[in-house]
Every structure is written in C-alpha cells, then in structure tokens.
Design a protein around this ligand. Structure first.
Ligand code: ADP
Ligand code: NI
Length: 218
C-alpha cells in the first residue's frame, strides 16, 4: 500500500481501537496501546522494520485479549482481520498482522512461539517493556485487583514452572507474579534496543520489591 493511503488507514485504526477499548480494564486500555505504539516506534528507529506493519500491529495487538474472552485466543486475530479488510489493506499485510497478534502474548512462550518477524520482535519488546518498571508495577496491581488476588501472601509459594493453563488462570499473589513473569522479561527481549530499555525498568522493580519486604516486615 503506498504511503499516502497508509495515513488514513492508521488514523481509522486508531479510532477503531480507541472505540473498541472504551471500557477496557485499566491495564489493557487505549493508553496501554498508545504507550506500546510509541515504544515500538522508538525501538524501530534503531532496529528498522516496516513501520506500517509495526504501527498497525501495535495498535491492534490487544484488540480482544483472550483473558477477557474466557481464554479464547481466536477472537483478537478475527476482529483485526475483519477490520483491516474494510480498510483495503492487502492480504499479505493482513496475514502478517494476524500472525503478530496470535504470537505476541507472554503465554505463548510456554509452548514455544510459532512465528517471528522483525516487526513482531519489536512490538513484543514494546509490549513487554510496558509490563515492567513503574508502569508495569501499576498494571500488575490493577490486574491483581481486578482478579481480587492478594497483594502478597508469604504462605503462597512462587511457581516458576507454571503451565500455560495455570498462568492463564492468574491464581497467584501479585508479588508472586513478579517472579512468575515480570522479572523474567528483561532476559526475553528480542532486540538490543529493547534489552537496553529494559535494564532501568528491571532495576526499579528490584528496588520496589526490596522496599516492599522491608515495609512488610516493619
Ligand atoms: P501479554 O499481554 O503478554 O499476554 P499478560 O496478558 O499475561 O501478557 O499480561 C498483561 C498485563 O497483565 C501485564 O502487565 C501483566 O503483568 C498483568 N498480569 C497478568 N497476569 C497477572 C497476574 N496473575 N497478576 C498480576 N498481573 C498480571
Ligand atoms: Ni499489550
């Protein structure tokens, strides 16, 4: 698709995503999408990649998160495809975006990710960066609150060998979620730029946990 036609498609996609996520849970709302979009663009400045695919993929990556659809992982890709078809986006690009949405999620890392591309690597790093650091901490507690999980429970053991199904259930304390996911993300970054950006956010989470335990013990 030539660049003059890309601009209105991106604008329409933004509007569509904003409207669709109007009532989304705060950790997966339109602000999360905008942060992932900006981070993806920032990473792409250094790493390259097709910006049209990166922007569309970032905008549509959480259009229907399986967590909020009884674990159904097919709805997001389906909604994205149907929308992109109304925008006369070519089939190759649609197929690529659908694959990105199908493979981006952390839970797919449990069974080995089936597809990758530079564009997916970039958006996945951006999505993971938004799950760590100060914002990541805020999002984790929003999600834990949404599930009515305890903030922390010293009797609850961290489960480092969770199955995908156990992870999806999200039956844990939010502090345990740091060990079960958030602290692992730094070493799962795909790109050098992502890895660099993850360092500071990772350290902030370690500092947070240290303070948390100090305050817990009094
Ligand atoms: P992805 O978006 O890669 O699929 P998730 O959906 O697992 O990843 O997580 C999205 C957000 O929800 C992240 O910020 C993550 O930390 C948070 N989250 C997921 N599961 C839990 C949980 N059990 N407790 C607290 N936060 C969680
Ligand atoms: Ni996301």
């Amino acid at each position: 698709m030539d660049t003059t036609k890309q601009k209105p498609v991106l604008q329409n996609t933004r509007n569509f995503v904003k409207k669709t996520l109007e009532d989304a849970e705060a950790g997966h709302d339109f602000w999360h999408i905008l942060r992932v979009l900006k981070l993806s663009e920032k990473i792409a400045e250094k790493e390259g990649g097709d910006l049209f695919v990166i922007r569309l993929g970032a905008l549509l990556h959480d259009i229907a998160d399986a967590k909020f659809y009884n674990g159904d992982e097919t709805i997001g890709p389906k909604i994205a495809r149907e929308f992109l078809e109304t925008q006369q986006v070519d089939e190759g690009t649609i197929e690529h975006i659908v694959k990105i949405i199908e493979n981006i999620s952390f839970k797919n890392s449990f069974e080995g990710q089936k597809f990758t591309s530079k564009e997916l690597e970039i958006i996945q790093d951006a999505d993971r960066l938004d799950a760590i650091g100060a914002i990541g901490i805020a999002r984790a507690f929003v999600y834990g609150g949404h599930k009515n999980n305890p903030i922390y429970n010293p009797d609850l053991k961290v489960n480092l060998n969770m199955s995908k199904e156990e992870y999806k259930k999200g039956d844990t304390s939010t502090i345990n979620h740091f060990y079960e996911k958030l602290l692992k993300l730094k070493d799962m970054m795909n790109t050098n730029t992502g890895r660099e950006l993850a360092e500071k956010r990772h350290r902030f989470m370690e500092d947070f946990l240290k303070e948390f335990y100090e305050d817990w013990e009094v």
